[in-house]
Design a protein around this ligand. Structure first.
Ligand code: COA
Length: 450
């Protein structure tokens, strides 16, 4: 797809905002430090088709107003040594690009987070020092048919999915001319390690060791070189129910509550990936679950807590057991990992991180071209649930999107689970796997539903 760039603007907060260093929580500083992309496509009614600048002006104006209450997103992250980062609230602003494409929305017949999308999403040069990178980047692309796309990239160092969507949805609210709905809760002290500590440092360091590598290999270097591909795989409501029945029929104990859609589907994806990757029975494998801790602390965090309140936990097993045992076994392993995350777990994990001399080894640096950090590719997976995130119905004033999706995501083993926009109970798995494994994965994914 040919996309030509027409403009680039720095969008600063519309009013003076608080300036100074804002400490980040331990969780902000580990895991993914890159920006997470989402993309929305709109068809426009005739009254929105001219004049050409109207939409761009509305978006930039409302973004600048949104950056007042959400002023941390107008700042920059900087390194303070020992793998630690802090947020400099300096109102340097977000970056907004305008682009045009000869393509028509109708010709983009299958929206998937494929490399084709790269031109619709701002490119970020991660070789630039981190303190020079904007935390929010957006790109408005106009298509020949009059439709538009809006891609939004937000730094995962500063916010997780729920907070990013809070910001995006308030930006849309202001763009529609309505008042701010819910102000963000900006005090990150609630998730900073206490002094004195509120819980002993986590004794189970296994959470913070790297997931396994392929048998016979000592690192992931060879796996990382392999070519990946992306697929959007839909499951109808009936297929989801069949899988849930399969998982719950095989439940190891009758007394445990039924496995959820996430536990079922993540278990199914794990088994299918082991089969598609033709893993040896004795191959250790891990599945990363991204968990929102907002409701797992006591008391729960404020609903509008703005930052990273998500953490990754690993379900672990061996490929042979996953493939030979019924689906309920994989789901039980995932349930075990999720159930570990209690208030004490959250607090002791934070203390554990605070006591680390250097946080670099907990940071996912693969996306930055590095080889450090946990690798969730072959023989592992990361299945992130977007099932409960309010991703659809984003109206900036010209109606709801016709399509929303994750922007490009291109790491082996990276999977997102979304509700289908059809609202009929069907679900979508957005999955990136090595090219060599995708066809077999798709076959198992659909054929193993009985
Ligand atoms: N809307 C509708 N149903 C909801 C709901 C909501 N907001 N919240 C919970 N439920 C219901 C669902 O019916 C679900 O069962 P079902 O899927 O079988 O129908 C049940 O409650 C359990 O949901 P949940 O507590 O979310 O457990 P889960 O097994 O579906 O998911 C986690 C487990 C760990 C993935 C989930 O608890 C979590 O933390 N999600 C956050 C993910 C996140 O933040 N993603 C962005 C990362 S940046």
């Amino acid at each position: 797809m040919v996309v030509s760039f027409k403009g680039c603007y720095t969008v600063k907060p519309a009013e003076a905002t608080w300036k100074g260093p804002l400490p980040l929580s331990e969780w902000d500083q580990i895991g993914t430090l890159t920006h997470v992309p989402t993309i929305y496509f709109y068809r426009l009614a005739p009254n929105w088709l001219s004049p050409a600048d109207t939409i761009s002006n509305i978006l930039r104006d409302s973004l600048s107003r949104a950056l007042v209450p959400f002023y941390p997103l107008a700042g920059r992250v900087r390194s303070i040594g020992r793998g630690r980062l802090e947020l400099d609230c300096n109102a340097e602003g977000a970056l907004f690009f305008e682009a045009e494409s000869e393509a028509k929305l109708d010709n983009i017949d299958h929206f998937s987070p494929s490399p084709e999308y790269h031109y619709l999403v701002p490119t970020i040069d991660y070789s630039v020092p981190i303190h020079e990178l904007p935390l929010v980047l957006a790109q408005l692309t106009r298509f020949k048919c009059g439709g538009i796309s809006l891609s939004i990239m937000i730094s995962h160092t500063v916010v997780d999915g729920p907070s990013a969507l809070h910001f995006i949805s308030e930006w849309a609210t202001l763009s529609r001319g309505e008042p701010l709905g819910t102000a963000p809760f900006l005090d990150r002290k609630l998730l900073r390690a206490g002094d004195p500590p509120t819980a002993p440092p986590c004794l189970d360091n296994s959470e913070y060791s790297y997931p396994p590598v392929l048998l016979g290999q000592s690192d992931n270097v060879e796996e990382e070189k392999k070519k990946n591909t992306v697929a959007m795989l839909k499951l109808s409501k009936t297929q989801v129910e069949k899988l849930k029945n399969m998982a719950n029929d095989d439940k190891s104990s009758d007394s445990c509550r039924d496995y959820t859609r996430y536990e079922t589907l993540a278990g199914h994806v794990w088994r299918c990936a082991c089969k598609a990757r033709q893993q040896k029975d004795e191959q250790p494998t891990a599945l990363a679950v991204c968990m929102d801790s907002r409701n797992r602390t006591n008391p729960p965090l404020p609903r509008a807590y703005f930052g990273n309140a998500t953490l990754d936990v690993f379900a672990t097993s061996h490929a042979g057991e996953l493939m030979s045992k019924p689906l309920g076994y994989a789901s039980s392993k995932i349930r075990q990992a999720i159930d570990k995350v209690t208030d004490t777990y959250v607090k002791s994990a934070i203390e554990f991180l605070k006591n680390q001399e250097d946080l670099t080894r907990f940071q996912e640096l693969h996306a930055l071209g590095g080889t450090e950090g946990p690798f969730c590719g072959n023989p592992n997976l990361a299945v992130v649930s977007w099932l409960t995130l309010p991703i659809y119905g984003l109206d900036f004033g010209w109606g709801k999107e016709i399509y929303m999706g994750p922007g490009a995501h291109d790491f082996d083993g990276d999977a997102l689970l979304l509700q289908s926009p059809d609202g009929d109970g069907s679900l979508i798995l957005a999955l990136c796997l090595q090219v060599a494994h995708m066809d077999a994965f798709k076959r198992h994914f659909y054929e193993d539903i009985i």
